[in-house]
Design a protein around this ligand. Sequence first.
Ligand code: AAT
Length: 295
Amino acid sequence: NLQGWFTERSPEWPGEAFSLKVKNKLLQKQSKFQNIEIFESTNHGKVLVLDGAIQFTERDEASYQEMITFLPLNAHPNPRKVLVVGGGDGGVVRELARHPAVEEVVQCEIDEEVIEACKTHVPSMGCGFSNPKLTLHTGDGAKFLEETQEKFDIIITDASDPVVLDGTDEGTKDGPAVSLFNNEYYTKMKNRLAEGGILCSQGENMWLDAEMVVTLVRGCRKVFPVVEYAYTCTPTYTAGQIGFILCATNPATNLKEPVREWDQRTAAEMGLKYYNANVHRAAFALPTFMLQHID
Ligand code: AAT
C-alpha cells in the first residue's frame, strides 16, 4: 500500500518506479513551464519534483551538486567566471560560493517559480541565491547563450531531463529542457567559452538511456577536442546514478586529473560532503559496456 508515498514513474524508465514516504506536502503548483512539487519526506529531508521527476532530496543532493560543480572547476587552472544554465534550486550556485578561484557567476534559469519555491521552502538550497557574486537571469539557457556577448571559463548545465510524452521508446521529447540536449546547444556553449574553457552538463543515465548518452558524447566529439563522460552515485535519482558530459576547448586539458587537491581538513572547512580528488578521478572510470558503446 503506497498511500502517503510519492512515487516517481515515467515512460522514460519503463517497468520501474521509486518511492519516498511523504511526511508533509509543502507546495504543488503548475508554472508556465512545468509542474512543481515540494514535500518533506520522512527520511530524506525536503524533495523537489518537477513534472513528476525528483530533482533533489536534501539527503543526497551533495553527490550531484558538488560533482557537477567541482569536476569542471578543478580541471581548470583558473576558473574565474562561471555560467550556470538551469540550477533553479540554488544548489550549484551555493557550491560555486565555496570555490576560492571563482570571481563572477552568471545564471540563466527558465522558471522563476522554481527559484522562488526553493528560496521559500528549502533554505539549504535556496541560500545559494544570496551568493554576492551572482547575476541571475530568467529565460531559456540556449537562447541566453545566443544573445550574450560574455565569455566564460566554465559553463555548467544543471538541467532537468527532456520529458518523454508517450509510452514508446521513440516518444517525442518535450518540456523546458529539450533545447539543452542537442548538438546545436553544445556549439552555442563552445562559442561562449573563453580560452581553455570547460563545460559540464547533466548527462543522463547510462543504465536508462545509453543510446542518448552515446549520441550526445559523439556529437560533442565533433565540436570539442576533449570529451569525457563521468558519473556520480545519487541514490534518489532514477537508477541511482547520474552522468555528466565534460568538454574542454584546449586539447591539452586532462579533465580526469584535478589541478588542485584539498586535504580533509580544508574540505571540511569548505563544507564539502562528497567531492574529493580521488572521487574526481574515479568518476571517469567507466564500466565495460559503456566503453564499448562510447569508443
Ligand atoms: N540541481 C539539481 C536539480 C536540477 S533542476 C534543473 C533546472 O533546470 C530546473 O530548475 C528547470 O527549471 C531548469 N531548466 C529546464 N530547462 C531549462 C532551459 N531550457 N533553460 C534554463 N533552465 C532550464 C537538475 C536535476 C537533474 C535530474 C536528473 N534526473
